[in-house]
Design a protein around this ligand. Structure first.
Ligand SMILES: C[S@@+](CC[C@H](N)C(=O)[O-])C[C@H]1O[C@@H](n2cnc3c(N)ncnc32)[C@H](O)[C@@H]1O
Length: 192
């Protein structure tokens, strides 16, 4: 998608420029603080972020705000290579792991909180994979675009579980809201 390519380009610059990194980080900071409160993330949580890009701001901020360990996956090998270098430069390689994988295929067993970036596509397939493999009680945060930008991002057609609650973001971001889904028991069995 065009918007994903554009976001990756911006993040590519941010990966190499400290000033640009700090400025772009401001865009994400309050969004992520609201998401931490929404999912009540604790230091003992194991977080999986799907879609980290060249600058995995969400993963870095989630770790810094909560102390929880984070694994980031992205399906672009170039983004993974670049973001791994950034994580090393920041001295966070023990807390944040970067993996190249499709969100539709990732084995999310053992994770207690899963986060889907706004640009993840196809969201429905990725969510289906996560719900089939995740343990009961796993919290899944899904960033969704604001109404006027729905055509620019992949939407989430349906989810077998109701959205537990969601948080709305400010008008200054492309993210309209973040929805929280909690996996209840028997999803795997019901699908089998
Ligand atoms: C540009 S980043 C933006 C996220 C932002 N850096 C953050 O920390 O929240 C979004 C990334 O999602 C990745 N992506 C999109 N769909 C994906 C999928 N199905 N599986 C894995 N990664 C995906 C893209 O390759 C892109 O690099």
């Amino acid at each position: 998608m065009l918007i994903t390519a554009l976001t990756q380009k911006i993040e590519w610059i941010a990966n190499r420029s400290r000033l640009f990194y700090l400025l772009t980080n401001l865009y994400y900071k309050n969004i992520i603080k609201r998401e931490v409160r929404l999912a009540e993330i604790k230091p003992s949580d194991q977080i999986l972020c799907i879609g980290g890009g060249p600058c995995p701001y969400t993963a870095i901020m989630l770790h810094r705000l909560t102390g929880a360990a984070v694994t980031v996956v992205d399906n672009s090998a170039a983004c993974v290579k670049q973001s791994a270098k950034l994580i090393k430069r920041l001295g966070l390689e023990r807390a944040i792991r970067i993996v190249c994988c499709e969100g539709e295929e990732i084995d999310c067993e053992g994770f207690t909180v899963i986060h889907l970036a706004l640009q993840v596509s196809p969201k429905g397939k990725v969510l289906k994979n996560l719900l089939a493999r995740a343990g009961s009680g796993v919290k899944i945060l899904v960033r969704l675009p604001k109404e006027c930008l729905k055509g620019c991002y992949c939407g989430l057609e349906s989810c077998p579980f109701p959205c537990q609650r969601y948080v709305e973001h400010t008008p200054f971001t492309n993210v309209g809201n973040t929805a929280l889904y909690i996996k209840e028991g028997l999803y795997g069995e019901a699908q089998a």
